[in-house]
Structure formats: structure tokens, C-alpha cells
Write a protein that binds this ligand. Structure first.
Ligand code: PAF
Length: 273
């Protein structure tokens, strides 16, 4: 991978990276398409990163299907797929960890305290190996996107981070490799998450400016569906995840729930002008 990247850069070509954990779907393919528009050469990495999974999480059963992924990628014009083994990425004496402290602390960080350190560390390794000019991440993992942008800024990595829009199923469910765990009926319930976010956006557009009132109304709607166990629903400053006294500027409405034992996240950005 390093030799390949060196050749690309020596030829003066712009290199793009789309980091993934595989089991690709239309969301990933849209990130690849974005990278292709911005770069001459695009690399996709596929690595189910053990350090971003907590104890008791789904690392072992996380869906993996490399032949299927390679088949999908063949149609996208990517130049190379990087799929290192776990021991290549983390040799037995591996000791280093990258922590983006405040941004990793709330939202998903509350229930997954080691998650973002695992993400930041592996993404830094991928950046150092692939040496991309541009890297594209999905906006569904909004907190992850901010954590990576902050790491790039704080450590002067010189990689341009681009965000790809959330790609949704017809019913509104945000695409995710973990949707694989959902049955047909669960997918129907999962569609309520996006409906709740859209409802929140409508309330803001209609003039709601109280954070507590907005959360209350969205939560009331979500709680009507008894199958949905809410982990968090937050309304925050979209630039830095700071709490808001009043709704204004660019606002993030983010949620995490459990449905049929599957953890799902989703979010929406609302510009209040
Ligand atoms: O978003 C993901 O798929 C992963 O968190 C990432 C960025 C590939 C790091 O393992």
C-alpha cells in the first residue's frame, strides 16, 4: 500500500481514501463516487477495527464479505483496495492511542467510552499508510466526522476531510452495515427514527427555539413506539457538539436507539439562519 501510494504521489496525482469496515452498501459507494470526483486515484480501505468495539459489542459478528465488497467496488473505478489483517495493523507490541478528548466524551462516547480513541487511532494509521490528499467519511457518523476533523487539525495531518451525505432506504432508514441485523418488521420501526428527526426539523422551521421543548416533543413522538429504546436524543451546536441555550445557527439533532437489540444512530442538520 505504501509503495502504491508513493508511486501515485510521485506521479503528481491526487489520492483519495474512503476508510470503511466493509460489508459495503450504497452509502459507502456514494463516498467512493465523491472521492472519485475530487481525486485522480481512489483507495478504499476495508478493516473491521477491533479497538473501536467495546466488550460485549458486535466485533465478532460484524458482517464481513470481502468477495462481495470487491465485486461492488470493481464497478466504481477505485484503483486499489487496502485490507490489512488485524495483526498487521496491531502487532502484539502495539502501544499507541490517539484521543480527541472533549469531542469523544458525549453522545456515543457516553455508552462507548473507548470507541472514538479506537477510531482516531486506526484512522491516523490509515492516513499514515495511504497518505491521502483527501479522505471521505459519511455524515451518518457525525460525531466520528468531527473527531477526525479535529484530529487532523490538532495533529497538522494535512488531509482534507470531506463529508458524504447520509444515504437512506426508501422508508428513510439511514443505510448502515448493521441494518443487516434487522428483520423486515424492525426496518419498518427503524424508519420512525428519521421521521422523528424530520419532525424536529419541522418544529425548528416553524419557530421552536427552546432546546428542552424541542427534545420533549421529539421524545414524545419516539416513545409512542414501544419497540424503540432511546439511548440519547440531543440537540447541539453542529460545529463542536456544545450544548445550546437556544436553538440558533447550525444545529445537530442526533439520536441513538436500540431496536430489537440493534444499536442504530441517525442525525439531521438544521440551519436556522
Ligand atoms: O466509519 C467506519 O466505518 C469506521 O469507524 C472507520 C472510519 C472505517 C474506522 O474504522
Amino acid at each position: 500500500m505504501q509503495k502504491f501510494s508513493k508511486r501515485v504521489r510521485a506521479a503528481g496525482l491526487r489520492l483519495g481514501l474512503v476508510p470503511t469496515m466493509g460489508f459495503l452498501h450504497a452509502g459507502h459507494l456514494s463516498l467512493v463516487a465523491k472521492a472519485r470526483k475530487l481525486c485522480d486515484v481512489v483507495v478504499v480501505s476495508i478493516f473491521v477495527n477491533p479497538t473501536q468495539f467495546g466488550a460485549g459489542e458486535d466485533f465478532k459478528k460484524y458482517p464481513r464479505d470481502l468477495p462481495r465488497d470487491l465485486k461492488l467496488l470493481r464497478q466504481t473505478g477505485v484503483a486499489a483496495v487496502f485490507y490489512p489483517s488485524a495483526t498487521e495493523v496491531y502487532p502484539p507490541d502495539f502501544q499507541t492511542e490517539v484521543k480527541v478528548k472533549a469531542l469523544s466524551a458525549n453522545l456515543c462516547g457516553l455508552s462507548r467510552p473507548a470507541h472514538f480513541a479506537g477510531v482516531a487511532t486506526v484512522v491516523l494509521k490509515l492516513f499514515n499508510i495511504v497518505r491521502p490528499d483527501v479522505a471521505v467519511f459519511g455524515q451518518k457518523d457525525y460525531q466520528q466526522l468531527l473527531v477526525i476533523k479535529k484530529m487532523v487539525a490538532d495533529l497538522n495531518l494535512g488531509v482534507k476531510i470531506m463529508a458524504g451525505s447520509i444515504i437512506r432506504e426508501k422508508n428513510g432508514l439511514a443505510m448502515s452495515s448493521r441494518n443487516r441485523y434487522l428483520g423486515v418488521a424492525d426496518r419498518h420501526w427503524a424508519a420512525k427514527l428519521y421521521a422523528a428527526l424530520i419532525y424536529g426539523k419541522k418544529l425548528i422551521k416553524r419557530g421552536e427555539r427552546g432546546v428542552a421543548q424541542l427534545k420533549k416533543q421529539i421524545l414524545h413522538r419516539l416513545r409512542q413506539d414501544k419497540k424503540i429504546k432511546i439511548e440519547y436524543l440531543e440537540v447541539l451546536n453542529a460545529a463542536n457538539l456544545d450544548p445550546l441555550a437556544k436553538i440558533r445557527g447550525k444545529v445537530l439533532i442526533a439520536l441513538a436507539v436500540r431496536l430489537a437489540g440493534v444499536r442504530l444512530i441517525d442525525n439531521i442538520i438544521v440551519e436556522t439562519g
